[in-house]
Design a protein around this ligand. Structure first.
Ligand SMILES: C[S@@+](CC[C@H](N)C(=O)[O-])C[C@H]1O[C@@H](n2cnc3c(N)ncnc32)[C@H](O)[C@@H]1O
Length: 474
């Protein structure tokens, strides 16, 4: 049914084209092959091992203090920094910030906290102050490779809108829109469909002020003089006339309208906890500062609250055999929470969600990776100067959605080539090829193969794992 509708839409896709020369490396995930400096000894965790020994006799306000009372200062929880830490350092703002968290916390931080600070710290996070995409950046994503990617997502959106009974108003939400390229191609491609175009209210969930500005430009936005009832100014995309608003979280997007949510390479940027099987059982991998002032991984001496909460929850959804095979497990609680929120919203307001990302149809073991200037680098090297990402655990999305709402069903995951193929990318490329220069034809063909083949010469497996998962009301 979706395929039939897609065929009809495709024939009428707007003819405008944005032809790209994408001669740069994909943002792609290869098997983890970096060697950690990793310690399982408890020595490395000393600062966090001595809980504060508070002398409650001196703190209890209900006891009158005697004149002979002495004041004692409990220093047991204070961090004892190595002597060289007083030397002048050339640490970046982010590195200094991470070290100060570890210092004042009195011990290592979780990999999830490290990842979150590195990517989205408001002052110095990787995404916050620059454009990281394309040849001049660190990686390239599918929408940047070819306009056809955004157009196919547009076809999927229109099919869904048709199935929803073409509502007059729809919230179209994109999570982490990057440069805004996917949304711009979606809007251009669907601009001929008057009713669909007019129904859209666009909401972009983006934490980076620098990328918000880029998105404003890519969508050719203009601010209207009129303000709405909340005194907020109205911003319009001149590509289609739709209103555009920015939010830092999904919760800020107004409820009450049918909602279509797109998340392309958003989930893989959400922070993951890492766990490792040790002699004492499952412990958490943490990030600490070594004697030489560099960062290093250490293992918690005993299970952490995250081990008890998140690992336990994830393992509930897996078979004993699956867990027994693994020595490492990654869990992304933020992905579970986000899916919960998406499912609740779609369950009550109607709509659907499309989650496109690199991932696995099973528990993820050890996938966290860093990419700088199109090369893999070590995760702890110069944090803030490289992108961090982790494979998406698709079963945990499915179970979180089903847990949140009885009204949604989860389909997939399927590979990207299956997804694009079923929406008719073959017909689209043929139609674009009929009306272009030789140079544009070359670029179109390269883009097409990169999207559907998912092959990268550096990839040891010879195939990239790219899945899409969708949530639709039952
Ligand atoms: C890997 S990029 C993907 C960009 C785009 N979807 C694409 O495919 O080209 C991740 C995007 O999500 C945004 N982002 C990452 N973490 C976020 C968070 N916690 N809240 C809001 N936006 C976030 C980044 O700023 C960036 O726009």
């Amino acid at each position: 049914m979706m395929e039939q509708a897609a065929g009809m839409m495709l024939r009428r896709l707007a003819s405008s084209s944005r032809l790209l020369n994408a001669a740069v490396a994909f943002r792609f995930r290869a098997p983890w092959n970096t060697h950690f400096h990793f310690s399982t000894t408890s020595e490395t965790l000393e600062p966090s091992q001595s809980p504060p020994q508070q002398n409650h006799d001196h703190l209890n306000p209900s006891q009158p203090s005697s004149s002979s009372a002495t004041i004692s200062v409990d220093r047991s929880a204070l961090y004892n920094p190595p002597e060289h830490s007083h030397e002048p350092s050339s640490d970046s703002k982010l590195v200094a910030h991470l070290k100060s968290i570890i210092k004042f916390r009195g011990g290592p931080i979780s990999v999830a906290e490290y990842m979150e600070e590195v990517l989205t710290n408001p002052n110095a996070g990787y995404y916050m102050n620059r454009d990281v995409f394309g040849a001049g950046g660190d990686f390239i994503t599918s929408p940047e490779v070819s306009q056809m990617f955004g157009e196919m997502v547009g076809v999927w959106n229109m099919c869904l809108w048709e199935q929803m009974g073409h509502p007059e108003k729809v919230n179209l939400v994109e999570l982490g829109p990057g440069r805004g390229t996917l949304m711009a191609d979606l809007l251009r491609g669907t601009s001929k469909f008057e009713k669909f175009r007019k129904s859209l209210h666009i909401h972009l969930v983006e934490c980076s002020p620098a990328l918000q500005k880029l998105q404003y430009n890519t969508l050719k936005c203009e601010d209207e003089d009129v303000t709405d009832s909340n005194n907020d100014k109205k911003t319009i995309s001149t590509l289609t006339g739709a209103t555009v608003s920015w939010h830092s979280t999904l919760e800020q997007v107004p409820v009450g309208l049918p909602t279509i949510i797109i998340a392309h390479e958003f989930y893989d940027a959400l922070p993951v906890h890492q766990f490792q099987k040790a002699s004492l059982g499952w412990c958490e991998k943490m990030v600490d500062v070594a004697e030489d002032s560099s960062f290093r991984f250490v293992l918690s001496p005993q299970p952490t609250p995250a081990t008890l909460l998140y690992l336990k929850k994830r393992c509930k959804w897996a078979s004993t055999e699956e867990i027994a095979r693994l020595n490492h497990i990654e869990v992304c609680p933020k992905a579970m929470e986000l899916t919960h929120a998406i499912a609740k919203r779609i369950g009550s307001d109607g709509g659907g969600a499309l989650i496109i990302d690199y991932g696995l149809n099973g528990i993820v073991s050890d996938s966290l990776q860093a990419i700088r200037k199109h090369q893999f680098v070590t995760v702890l090297d110069d944090p803030g100067s490289a992108d961090l990402s982790a494979y998406v655990d698709f079963p945990s999305i499915k179970y979180s959605a089903e847990e949140a709402s009885e009204n949604v069903s989860v389909h997939g995951p399927i590979t990207q080539s299956q997804f694009l193929g079923s929406l008719g990318i073959n017909f689209r490329v043929e139609s674009l090829l009929q009306n272009c220069t030789d140079e544009q034809a070359e670029s179109l063909r390269t883009g097409y193969w990169r999207l559907v083949l998912q092959f990268h010469s550096n990839d040891m497996l010879g195939e990239r794992f790219c899945y899409s998962g969708l949530l639709l009301p039952k």
